[in-house]
Design a protein around this ligand. Structure first.
Ligand code: SF4
Length: 359
């Protein structure tokens, strides 16, 4: 049998830096809405979409944790749970030592000033009737009620400069449709910074930008992280971008984290077959490069009725019948690093002898 370890062992223990975010055994199950006839036929049985199913991780203050996986893996739901934009079905999310699930409305509002989110589509995130200045100032009206309009305007100017939109008075009275897509994402970043947050959940923050602009936005996010002492949860479907910004990376598949570790460790020595295939799919600018790792077969399964045993087994190129389809692999230490964990029978625990792949 595999050697499942307590959750705390594959969480980062903090070391010299304290944990800013602690996510422990978190689940988010959404009940499936049924029509009247379907409800009668099912005799009250409720199905659930298990969008997040027992996820644990930590993020140190000042760290960038990447959360990567295919669409439908549950990574954006994790982002919303970390900000308590969604309530967890089970488990706990602590930010700066405070369990967000215990906070009442007013305390949650105060806690939210220290956590901000940047979504993929800046056009959808910005109110088309608000000018750039109004959009950036808006969170300060809610979270910094003691500031005057002039003080907030000064803050907006400073933030426009910080995100590279200079001179700020040129952009202050413009509307979102009057600036480019890349500039809109800079405005969203400036708006996120006005309350001086500790944590930014960046959900596919560069996915909607042109490739040429993506690199500039990543550069900007790294610069802002240093200037404003930020911690990022960087959510992406694109593993290639994580290597420019992330310190550690967690790979999600069908509501679970299947591998987590230092980015260099996971990239150089991926242990889970899903991670290996995701990395193999990252384009390499070399026409002589040949893919050595098979891609997962088929589509991501239905999260209402996930596969038995290891959820990846129907798509896994090396699944072992009678093991992978029966037992759910638990996270366990793997590889050479203390901080590298994976959930795969063939990489941890009692079934490693069945793995015929080179390490
Ligand atoms: Fe593949 Fe089995 Fe490992 Fe799951 S436990 S990833 S099916 S080898």
């Amino acid at each position: 049998m595999p050697d499942p370890r307590p959750v705390q062992e594959f969480q980062n223990d903090g070391g010299e830096q304290a944990n800013l975010v602690e996510v422990t055994d978190v689940k988010k199950w959404f009940p499936v809405q049924k029509g009247f006839i379907a409800s009668l036929l099912s005799r009250g049985h409720v199905d659930y979409v298990k969008a997040v199913d027992d996820v644990s991780f930590t993020i140190k203050r000042g760290e960038v944790l990447g959360l990567a996986g295919e669409s439908g893996s549950g990574k954006s739901t994790v982002g919303r749970l970390v900000l308590r934009l969604l309530d967890a079905t089970e488990g706990h999310v602590k930010v700066d030592g405070v369990d967000l699930g215990t906070l009442k409305r007013e305390d949650l509002r105060k806690a939210r000033s220290k956590m901000q989110v940047v979504f993929q589509d800046p056009l959808a995130s910005l109110n088309p009737r608000m000018t750039v200045g109004q959009a950036i100032e808006h969170p300060a009206q809610i979270h910094l009620p003691d500031t005057t309009f002039e003080e907030r305007k000064q803050l907006v100017f400073e933030l426009l400069e910080a995100v590279g939109m200079s001179p700020p008075d040129f952009f202050y009275d413009k509307y979102p449709h009057q600036v480019s897509g890349g500039q809109r994402q800079r405005i969203v970043l400036a708006r996120a910074l006005i309350t001086r947050p500790d944590l930014i959940v960046a959900d596919e923050p560069i996915a909607s930008a042109d490739v040429s602009v993506q690199a500039l936005l990543l550069e900007l996010m790294i610069k802002l992280k240093e200037e404003f002492d930020l911690t990022y949860l960087f959510i992406t479907h694109d593993l290639a971008t994580t290597k420019y910004i992330c310190d550690r990376i967690a790979i999600m598949y069908l509501g679970k984290i299947v591998e987590i570790g230092l980015l260099t460790e996971v990239f150089n020595n991926p242990r889970h077959p899903y991670t290996r295939s995701l990395l193999a799919a990252v384009p390499v600018p070399d026409p002589r490069h040949r893919r050595t790792e098979p891609l997962p077969q088929g589509e991501i399964p239905n999260p209402i009725n996930p596969p038995s045993g290891c959820r990846f087994h129907p798509r896994c190129p090396i699944a072992v019948e009678g093991v992978c389809d029966v037992e759910d692999p638990q996270m366990a230490r793997t590889g050479a690093s203390e901080d590298h964990f994976a959930a795969c029978h063939l990489r941890t625990g009692a079934y490693q002898h069945l793995d015929r792949r080179p390490t």
